[in-house]
Design a binder for this molecule. Sequence first.
Ligand SMILES: Nc1ncnc2c1ncn2[C@@H]1O[C@H](COP(=O)(O)OP(=O)(O)O)[C@@H](O)[C@H]1O
Ligand SMILES: [Mg+2]
Length: 243
Amino acid sequence: MKTSEDAVSLSDVVKLYGNFVALKGISFRIPDGGKYALLGPNGAGKSTTLKLIAGLLKPDKGIVRVYGYDPANDLETKKIIGYLPEDATPYRNLSVRENLEYIAALRGIENAADRALEIMDALKLRDYERAKVAKLSRGNIQKLALALAIIHRPRLLLLDEPLNYLDIPTQEEVISMLSKIGNSMLVSTHIMAVAGRLTDNIIMISRGTLIWQGTFAKLKGMSSEGEPIEKVVARLMTDGQVV
Ligand SMILES: Nc1ncnc2c1ncn2[C@@H]1O[C@H](COP(=O)(O)OP(=O)(O)O)[C@@H](O)[C@H]1O
Ligand SMILES: [Mg+2]
């Protein structure tokens, strides 16, 4: 498959914040339809990586591509990508329904009102449709933010810690909703269990460096008998092995 057909490709991507090197030359690819987790401890560079793919940051070196486009410069990628930022904040003075209809209209979705209803049903947000965001619980704000990220049926979904703030039953709802979506996905998390529920491939980063990648099954195969998979991950991360 040509690189231009990959959902995502990063080649030797370096990102600086002032003098601080947040990403030290990262390369990976996600084929069309791939479900990948970006796993790493706090400060590893997960959010930075997602912002580069979403086109909100430009790399200082290296190349970022989304279905062959440069996300920082090609407007085409705005239609392709759905991005849930860390600590997403929908418009606080609008209701749940108004947020959805507004973003749907901005994105040029036909029948914005119908799509808003459909997505509220999928995420069990109908009970709150008239509530202003300012009055919602943090969990419901997170669900609304997720709804806003997927409202235009993006080909590539970028989710930064999507289960943050959700209680366990709501996490299950969101996992089951996301697993029915057929698009390419990159989900950042620092929690191994989340990665395993939503994706089948793992890209592990630590301190701005890619330290391991492979399938979830392969990672499981690396644990000795009775050893929890989290221990394997912790070992990979502290050894800082580069593969
Ligand atoms: N805007 C910024 N200015 C300076 N440093 C930043 C900025 N954003 C992130 N960093 C630093 O870059 C590193 C990676 O951050 P981030 O991508 O948010 O990691 P993660 O999402 O894995 O926790 C951290 O050390 C963080 O402190
Ligand atoms: Mg982060």
